[in-house]
Design a binder for this molecule. Structure first.
Ligand SMILES: Cc1cc2nc3c(=O)[nH]c(=O)nc-3n(C[C@H](O)[C@H](O)[C@H](O)COP(=O)(O)O)c2cc1C
Length: 367
């Protein structure tokens, strides 16, 4: 039996492939150069008006051999380059699958999508580099004032009571909250303290109902009581818990083991070294579809981010009360977190992380 030439088989397969223009491309101009950004893949490619015209004529799936016949001068190699740049997508590919999921699941429009997808897995500037940049910048331009006085601007100015002399347990805890990045690398944190943090952030304290059903009410406010956040606990050293990943069920006030694992906390927060001194981390992940189900405009994306701040603050205060520090971190390794937890839906996303540890001392390292 004659064996087929594998390279011919491959090239035949190439001509069989079916492509169309990506549905997640946005155009912009930088110094006169047109740029095409695929916000789902975060790839940016220089673009010409001819290419835009070509893409606009490839809105429906077409076989490669048909495209080559229909467009003079277009080669298989050129099409492959456009597939690599994700300006074209191939039917059946992972890029096409994600795009289809985006088209069916995302109803907050392109501006919110660009903000959300383009800022995933952003590079983190290490603290030392950030300081050098600030020093260099301050030699060129002074920092804007970071607070505004009343005296000299308004009249009259009414002094308020002396908070320091107050006996107010709540504001006292609030005033003691600090981001401490140097923690005891051997210390275990108490399971009950972590329970307090989770409850303070996401605990359910009541129920209400509206025209379509029951809605949970929590420790923090939530737009439309849609409660988009779930918390995952990444454990290195917590009393009574094996290292691994746990899910907090607010409705049960329980944690469920997702899987045991050796946890590198810095892997969750874009490689920030200091996170390794922490004992555990609470990662807040939003199920955007919960909020999308009710709110159809992109402004609801802001609502979700604001809610993360409320939850984070409550977690930080509970940690402070327990003598711990909870460091807020927005520089996330989104993809790693998604893989570690097993978040698969395009609308499920890590938003905010609180790394929790036992402060070595109360020295506050300036950001
Ligand atoms: C939304 C948000 C994101 C932050 N992200 C980081 C981060 O990625 N890395 C970090 O070291 N600190 C981060 N911080 C902590 C700030 O640097 C810190 O709050 C600031 O220096 C003020 O210190 P304090 O929290 O003790 O008041 C973040 C704070 C907030 C509110």
């Amino acid at each position: 039996m004659r064996r087929r030439d594998p390279s011919r088989r491959r090239s035949a397969a190439r001509q069989d492939r079916v492509l169309r223009a990506s549905r997640s491309i946005v155009l912009s101009w930088d110094q006169g150069e047109m740029l095409a950004c695929n916000f789902l893949t975060r790839q940016v490619t220089t673009c010409s008006t001819d290419l835009v015209e070509f893409l606009s004529r490839l809105q429906d799936w077409q076989r490669i051999d048909e495209i080559i016949r229909a467009f003079q001068g277009v080669t298989a190699d050129a099409l492959n380059a456009l597939v690599n740049a994700t300006l074209l997508v191939e039917r059946g590919s992972e890029t096409a699958r994600r795009e289809e999921e985006f088209l069916s699941a995302w109803n907050w429009g392109v501006p919110a999508a660009m903000l959300h997808f383009c800022l995933q897995d952003a590079d983190f500037v290490p603290l030392e580099d950030a300081e050098q940049l600030q020093v260099a910048k301050s030699k060129q331009v002074q920092s804007p004032a970071l607070h505004l006085p009343n005296r000299g601007r308004f009249d009259p100015v009414i002094p308020l009571k002396d908070q320091a002399r107050d006996d107010n347990a709540l504001t006292d805890v609030m005033a003691r909250r600090r981001t401490v990045r140097e923690c005891d690398e051997a210390a275990f944190v108490g399971q009950d303290a972590i329970a307090d943090c989770l409850y303070a952030g996401l605990g359910i304290t009541g129920w209400t109902s509206n025209c379509v059903g029951k809605l949970p009410l929590g420790m923090t406010p939530s737009g439309g009581a849609r409660n988009p956040f779930e918390a995952y606990l990444f454990v290195k050293r917590v009393d009574g818990l094996a290292p691994g990943i746990y899910h907090y069920s607010a409705v049960e006030h329980s944690i469920g083991l997702v899987r045991e694992a050796e946890i590198e906390l810095s892997d969750l927060v874009a490689g920030q070294d200091w996170a390794e001194t922490m004992s555990c981390a609470i990662v807040l992940c939003a199920s955007l579809e919960r909020t999308m189900w009710k709110y159809h405009d992109g402004n609801a994306y802001r609502v979700v981010l604001i809610e993360a701040g409320h939850i984070g603050q409550n977690i930080m205060l509970a940690a402070t009360q327990a003598g711990l520090t909870a460091c807020p971190t927005a520089a996330l390794s989104h993809s790693r977190i998604r893989d570690a937890i097993g978040l698969e839906r395009i609308t499920d996303t890590p938003v905010y992380t609180l790394t929790i540890g036992v402060p070595q001392d109360q020295v506050h390292l300036a950001a």
